[in-house]
Design a protein. Sequence first.
Length: 233
Amino acid sequence: MTAKDSNPTAYPVLYVHPDDAVSPEVAATRRATAAVRRIIAAAANNDAPVAKLESAATTLEQIADDLEPHARTSRYEGIGGIKLGGDNSRILESHPMMGPSNAIAPPMKITRDANQARGTVTYSHQYEGPPGRVHGGFIAAAFDQVVGAAAALSGQVFFTGSLNVKFFAPTPLHVPLVYEATLDRVEDRRLHATGLLRAGDEVTAECEGIFVTVAESTFHEAMSDEAMSNDVA
């Protein structure tokens, strides 16, 4: 993630277009993805009769057969990599945390101003760890996104170096949650940012992140279509 735009409220690198401003193809993908999310939630620990589950499996297998020939293997494919300070909505469209067209995304919404990043999300039961509570791994992944968004207020280009997450209380499912993060300091190539997670008035977790800055050329090389092709090869 990076922020090169002088407008602190824009940050197009985190922007996903609203439903009324997307192409028919994206709208159809979002509709299909929303249906898949419902299926994932419905299938988790489902107690339907065997015959109904078998029938559903047959139908879903046929849908998978129809869609797989059109599937891409990377959200960067055909896009040309991340555009620093530009519109990256096509990449974010299928982001694993934020993407409305990615069925494993909750999805989370992230906003920023000049001082902090803020993420809002509600986790349903497919993200369950302890009974009625969010699995800590999903919380850590969300912190990487939100605390990284705060680090991007530096205007630097970087990758995550380390995250230290502390859990204070169980985080509930099915309620709106808020992540908040700020950039604390810059030391040489290291960006230090911290964040917290709130469930109502209770802070359930905190995170300290260190992000290592790199040259823009290094970032472009790592995040390009060519890098993806080389990794596959």
